[in-house]
Every structure is written in C-alpha cells, then in structure tokens.
Design a protein around this ligand. Structure first.
Ligand code: FAD
Length: 515
C-alpha cells in the first residue's frame, strides 16, 4: 500500500491521477467508501469564500470512522501527505482544503449516527460530524419535539465544522456557543486512532477538539444537548441612532436570567441611507412592513443600529400573554418607538431564516461569488472605539451584506476548549458578511479587511479574529496568546506529524514524531 501511495504521490500531478491508479489506491486503502480524483475533486479544492483554490490528490467519501482512520494511517506512512476533513466547505480562506493531500467529504457520513438519549433526565442526540445542522433541527423537532439549544445563524453547516470553530448565534448569551453544548465526541485523531472523549474521558482531546480548528482530530460523532422545542417565535427588530443606547440595551438583555429576557439577542449596523442592501430597506421583516425614514431623528449619524430579538412561545399560549411578555421587555429599551418591526414565525422557520436569503442570493447569482468575510470578537472595553472609527467611518456605506454586532458572555464559554477570546466578561462578535457589490473588486474588500485588523492592532484594541486565518506561525502564536503552549502540546499528543487540517496553515507536515 505504501509503495502504491508513494508512487502515485511522487509520479503524478495531483489533478491527473489515472483512473487505474485511483482504483489501486482505493483498493490499497481498503475503503468501504469511495475515492475520487481528477475533475471531481474540483469541489474539494474550493470553498464558500471563493478566495483560494488548490488541487487535492483525491476526495474520499468515507463510509465511517474506520475509513477515516485508514486514510489518516495511510497518510502517516508517507513523508508529506495531509488530510483535511471537509464539512460543507463553508470556510472563507481555504481552511478545509488539502493541497496535494486527501480531502475527506464528511457529508458522506451524515446518516451514520442519529440516536436520542436521556441521561439523568436530560435529553441528548448523538449525531454524525458530517450531519448538517438544518437536518438535525428538522429531525429532532419532527420526531421528538426537541431541539439543540445553541445555533449558528445559518444551518447548512456541519456539526463537525462548527464545533471545530465555536458555533455562535443569538442563543449563545444564554447557553454558550455550540462547543458548550456537547458532552461527548468520537474523534479520529491524527494518529489514526478512533477515540471517544468527554469531560471525564480523554478530556484533553475533548476540550482540544472543540474550537480546535480541526488540528487534533476529525469529529465523527457528537452528543448534543437538547431542550423542548417551542412551536413559535415572535421575531422583532428595533432601531437605534445611538451606539451607547444600543449596546446598553443589548447588554441589559444578555445579562438577565432566563424568563426575564428574550430567547435570542443579536444586532446589526446598517447605513443611514435608502440603499436596498446596506440601508433602511434591509430592516423590515416582512414586505408589508414599511421603514419610514421620517422617524429617524435629525441627530442621527452615518449609520444606525438594529437590535434583533426573539421570544419563544407555544401554540397553546394566548396571544395576549405573548403580547404582554414582549411589551414588558420592550418597554425597558430605548429604541425609536416608531421603528419597530415584528413577525410571528414557526420556530423551525425562524432558525432557517438565512436559507431564504440564500435562495434569493442564488437566484440573483450572488451566492456563488466570492465572500471575503471577516469575523472578530471584540471586548466591551474596545467596542465603542471600534464603532466610532470602523462602522461610522470606514464602513459607513455598508459591506454589501449584513454587519452583525451583538454581545456574548465569556462565562458561558469553557476556557478548557481551544477557542480563544478577548478579555472581560462581555465581548462582542462583529461579522462583516460581505458580498462583492458591482463596481468593487474582491481585492479591494480583502484589503479593507486588512485595514480594519491593522487599525485594531494599531489602536491596541482587545480582540481576537473568529474563524481565524493566518499565514505565519508568529501570527498564530499571537492569536493563541497564552494558550499557544497548551495548543502545541495537544497537537503533539494527537497529531504529532501535523497531518490534519493543513488548510489552517498552523503547523507544517513533518515525518518526525515530535517528542
Ligand atoms: P468546513 O468549512 O468544511 O470546515 C471548517 C474547518 O473545520 C476546516 O479546517 C475543516 O478541516 C474542519 N472540519 C470540518 N469538519 C470537521 C470535522 N468533522 N472534524 C474536525 N474538523 C472538521 N459561524 C458561526 O459561528 N455562526 C454563524 O452564524 C455562522 N453563519 C455562517 C453563515 C454562512 C452563510 C457561512 C458560509 C458561514 C457561517 N459561519 C457561522 C461560519 C461557519 O461556522 C464556519 O465556516 C464552519 O467552519 C463552516 O462549517 P463547514 O461544515 O462548512 O466546515
């Protein structure tokens, strides 16, 4: 087998492996699943970002963990082959790619696990690392009336893909990110071992893999906490002119006890203009809603702020009860009273809201164009400065898509995971979800992202890039800060030859096992 791998790798161009070599490779790996090369691997060399493309050696569609372990073991017997798990390829900067290496299509394993469990009266679901969150949602709600507690805004992402980062949305203030809502993982490590891990069993691997950027192992199964699924959601948007009032209200809501606040809290910045994508028209939740700019105070600046909240309820709740609960919460907030938009939607519809935007963008041809997105966690101590310069000046005309900003609580994140955060209990996620507008170029937008980060560094802001992307080890060291040593130790323990997730560009493949 090794001879076969060695010959294929040394003698052929990654995108032109002859078919008989592929079948030899497949046979020698002893896979239950399939292996593809040539043109078919095209998808494995691309991602949602559309900024990078590489040529993998082959795309493997494994049947399960054993196949994945076989591929990792085979790679480990060569001097330079790497292995990248590909969830749904929704990374921006090539993080799920393997140049000249094996890409494992995790989606082929999506059906392998789907098992509900009740442990000490609490509900869980065991799901595949390659399952899409949207499928987990639909199946859990329709079969058990239960649902995971913590989400991402968009659900065509895989369980393993978001758990390798964090998984953040408007529920994270209460339940923490998705990495705080799993209790057990099955992982194929970079040593090719299939290992079950949890807080009490192989805990270094468990916490290391959560937010571990795919560096320690490939998540093949996750045990996700569930809660009773509500039937309906009151979805509300309210508008502010002053950043200080917007942040004061958002922080008030995320620091209240359950039952004393909304179930979902997010927010975004938009341009104070009639631009259909970046301005007022982007705020109403329904075509029947009208955003009347006459209600915007004269004192308003170049941008406005929208607080987006939602309250769960049951079909059996009386409308007046829901109205009262919503009014009681809204009356404590200082938004522009006449700029309030609300809609009742089913819980599943609410969680799938970005899917609709995807369908529109696909119809307009925008979905498949490049997306130079930038996500940053910024501490409360730095957020006012960030708003003053970045939102109100640099990005005052928008980014061709949403500019999210909402507060999160550090205490809901487990510091034993590999995720890195800024200091302080309250920090904000800022997401610049750029679509390339006509008249601009990707290069220009990427340059603007760099400018934002450069400015943050120059001003000494307390921040960490989320879904990070760096080219040099020095930058990665700076990113991990005082967690770098722990991360390197974990890497050395679980992927000593740096076979996994080469697209993150953190460690270089080696054939010498580090001590
Ligand atoms: P991929 O892009 O395929 O992989 C990401 C990384 O994880 C790669 O390094 C890959 O090798 C590794 N990986 C993949 N699967 C596994 C596995 N099973 N085990 C170990 N490593 C693995 N993020 C949020 O937190 N909140 C949001 O609201 C949010 N919304 C988004 C909306 C859109 C439209 C998009 C495109 C992205 C969004 N993201 C959001 C970012 C998203 O969480 C990450 O890009 C995530 O990595 C994508 O998941 P994926 O399954 O496509 O992973």
């Amino acid at each position: 087998m090794i001879a076969c791998l060695g010959r294929i790798v040394q003698d052929t161009d990654a995108d032109s492996i002859p078919d008989d070599d592929v079948s030899t490779l497949s046979e020698s790996l002893g896979l239950q699943g399939t292996i593809e090369s040539g043109g078919i691997t095209g998808v494995a060399g691309k991602d949602f970002g559309g900024l990078y493309s590489v040529k993998p050696l082959a795309l493997i569609k494994p049947s399960g963990s054993e196949d994945i372990a076989r591929v990792v073991n085979a790679a480990s017997r060569t001097s330079h082959l790497t292995v990248a798990a590909r969830g749904n390829g929704h990374s921006i900067n090539g993080q799920a790619m393997a140049d000249g290496g094996f890409v494992i299509d995790m989606r082929s394993t999506e059906e392998n696990h789907f098992k509900p469990l009740t442990i000490d009266g609490s509900h869980y679901i065991d799901v595949s690392g390659g399952a899409l969150w949207e499928d987990v949602l639909k199946r859990c709600v329709s079969m058990f009336r239960l649902a995971p507690r913590s989400w991402t805004d968009y659900l065509s992402l895989t369980v393993g893909g978001t758990l390798s980062n964090a998984g953040v949305s408007g529920q994270a203030f209460r339940f923490g990110p998705q990495t705080s809502n799993v209790t057990e993982l099955e992982v194929v490590t970079g040593k090719g071992e299939i290992t079950v891990c949890s807080e009490t069993q192989n805990s270094e691997l468990f916490f290391g893999a959560l937010g571990g950027l795919g560096q320690l192992g490939i998540i093949t199964r996750a045990r996700v906490k569930l809660q009773p699924a509500p039937d309906m959601v009151r979805w509300i948007r309210v508008v502010y002119t002053e950043f200080e009032e917007f942040t004061r209200d958002a922080e008030f809501l995320v620091t209240q006890e359950e039952g004393e606040s909304f179930d979902y809290v997010e927010g975004f910045v938009f341009s104070n203009s009639d631009d259909p994508i970046n301005g007022w028209p982007s705020i109403p939740l329904d075509p029947d809603h009208e955003f009347n700019p006459a209600y915007i105070p004269q004192t308003a600046g170049s941008v406005l702020y929208c607080l987006e909240v939602a309250l769960h309820y049951r079909n059996s709740d009386r409308p007046s009860t829901v109205d009262t609960a919503v009014s009681r919460l809204l009356e404590r907030l200082g938004f522009i009273q006449r700029l309030k938009f609300q809609l009742n939607v089913s819980y599943v519809e609410f969680l799938l809201r970005v899917k609709q935007a995807e369908e529109h963008a696909k119809a307009n041809g925008n979905w498949d164009s490049p997306h130079p997105w930038l996500n940053i966690f910024i501490s409360k101590s730095s957020i006012v400065d960030f708003d003053r310069t970045v939102f109100r000046k640099m990005l005052k005309d928008g980014v061709g898509g949403p500019m999210l900003i909402y507060p999160l609580l550090r205490s809901k994140w487990d510091s034993r995971t590999s995720v890195v955060l800024p200091e302080g209990e309250i920090f904000y996620i800022v997401a610049l979800l750029r679509f390339v507008p006509k008249g601009s170029t990707v290069e220009k937008l990427v340059a603007q992202n760099h400018e934002v980060i450069k400015w943050c560094n120059k001003e000494g802001l307390d921040f960490k890039v989320y879904l990070p992307h760096y080219q040099s080890k020095e930058d990665w060291k700076r990113h991990f800060g005082n967690q770098w040593t722990r991360f390197v130790e974990r890497k050395t323990s679980f992927d000593p030859m740096a076979i996994l997730a080469p697209g993150q560009k953190i460690f270089k493949r080696t054939h010498i096992i580090q001590p």
